[in-house]
Design a protein around this ligand. Structure first.
Ligand SMILES: Nc1ncnc2c1ncn2[C@@H]1O[C@H](COP(=O)(O)OP(=O)(O)O)[C@@H](O)[C@H]1O
Ligand SMILES: [Mg+2]
Length: 326
């Protein structure tokens, strides 16, 4: 096992249902390619580390590689071969050969780094397109191993692979829910009866809650009631702003237009009706909403048989606040 590239796992709460889904995919269904995507700081790396802890006895090899420094595919393949080559068996020509002969678990973290900015979600940087082929090969050829991709964005071709290939699965990671209370407890905040309101406002997002908890300690000595006292005020963002901005920086022009439009809507919208004031064509508009959903910025809810889409409320507050300043 080589986890030198992985972050350290400190506190870990809940994620019981996500872990059981992942274990079912890996151990029972022998899923070969898994994508876990979600906002930065939502807990993708921590979840994958916990998964390793709970499944390591099932694998011969486990390796974690971060794409934070945008290595090319051939660099990654060389690193993988070096790692697999440490075993006493004679070296094999390709990664897939190792995937066939042993049970390997490979985690690729920070995969958003090989996707383009200012384009719709999940498109590879120039010179990195071969990653797409590599992922496809892992999903479609027969072997006994598993590759897990951790990313802010869902790669574009994964949707197509999922549709035809039972060995590909995707998990869109959301907040922690009620269990996020443990984060507030660990920070020793007061007014436990108000914690669930705070968790709802910040969507159980562990990093956001950690940051807001630090603010509550700094400004209100830990009193959640005082922090929430003025219920009519705008959602407080403070130190979350740089995190939110790092997601908006990656958007295409059409996504920015759609996002600003969604920020001005009071309710979830039915996208079968093209907004009258939109400068996008119907097909551009749909592609844009799809892309924003692949970035977890826009969410879908079902109202009867209809899908309605809405902007993540924290991003909505951030955009509204930017609009008021500009
Ligand atoms: N299940 C969890 N329980 C407690 N804290 C968590 C959990 N998941 C994430 N966190 C907190 O959020 C931070 C960011 O999580 P991380 O897994 O690094 O996010 P991502 O990889 O999605 O960017 C962690 O450092 C940790 O403090
Ligand atoms: Mg991470």
């Amino acid at each position: 096992m080589d986890l030198t590239d992985a972050p350290e796992l400190r506190y870990f709460y809940d994620r019981t249902s996500e872990l059981s889904t992942l274990k079912q995919w890996i151990l029972q269904a022998h899923t070969r390619l898994i994508t876990i995507y979600g906002l930065s700081g939502i807990g993708k790396s921590d979840l994958a580390l916990k998964l390793i802890e709970q499944t390591q006895s099932e694998f011969d090899y486990i390796i974690w590689l971060s794409l934070a420094d945008t290595p090319t595919l051939s660099t990654v393949q060389t690193e993988l071969k070096q790692f697999f080559g440490r075993s006493p068996q004679p070296p094999l020509p390709t990664i897939i050969d190792y995937f066939r002969s042993s049970r390997c678990l490979v985690i690729l973290d920070d995969v958003e780094n090989i996707f383009k900015s200012s384009q719709l979600a999940g498109q590879y940087l120039a010179g990195y397109e071969d990653y797409g082929k590599f992922f496809k090969q892992i999903a479609t050829s027969s072997h006994q191993s598993c590759l897990i991709i951790l990313s802010w964005e869902k790669p574009r071709e994964i949707t197509a692979l999922e549709a035809v290939n039972l060995s590909t699965q995707t998990l869109n990671l959301k907040g922690l829910g009620e269990q996020a209370a443990e984060i507030l407890r660990e920070k020793e905040l007061a007014d436990e009866e108000k914690w669930s309101d705070l968790i709802d406002l910040y969507q159980g997002h562990p990093s956001w809650l950690n940051i807001i908890a630090a603010t509550i300690l700094e400004l209100f000595n830990g009193s959640v009631s005082l922090f929430l006292a003025d219920g009519t005020a705008d959602l407080f963002l403070g130190d979350l702003e740089p995190l939110l901005e790092s997601h908006l920086e990656r958007l295409s022009d059409s996504e920015k237009k759609a996002l600003y439009w969604l920020a001005s809507q009071n309710e979830a919208v039915d996208i079968s009706r093209q907004p009258a004031d939109s400068e996008l064509s119907q097909s551009e508009f749909w592609q844009t909403i799809q892309s924003l959903a692949r970035r977890s910025l826009v969410e879908k809810m079902l109202v009867g048989a209809r899908s309605m889409f809405f902007l993540n409320p924290v991003f909505k507050a951030y955009i509204q606040c930017k609009l008021n300043i500009v």
